[in-house]
Ligand binder design. Structure first.
Ligand SMILES: [Zn+2]
Length: 63
């Protein structure tokens, strides 16, 4: 029932990676959330969908 996967975004300015939305979610809403997302670290407006590699790297850098 609760099989939600985070969809990560990556800031184009500081490269911070975070979970912007959780899937499954309406694709249009998810896309909208990505477009409207701002970086929680630097407030950057340029947010890309992070690849799995980016997410893994961010996780390994967190420690
Ligand atoms: Zn940023």
């Amino acid at each position: 029932m609760s099989d939600r996967r985070p969809l990560h975004g990556q800031c184009g300015e500081c490269k911070y990676v975070w979970a912007v939305v959780y899937l499954p979610m309406d694709a249009t809403k998810a896309a909208e959330a990505m477009l409207r997302a701002t970086c929680p670290m630097c407030g950057g407006r340029e947010v890309f969908v992070a690849s799995n590699a980016d997410v893994a790297e961010a996780a390994s850098n967190a420690g």
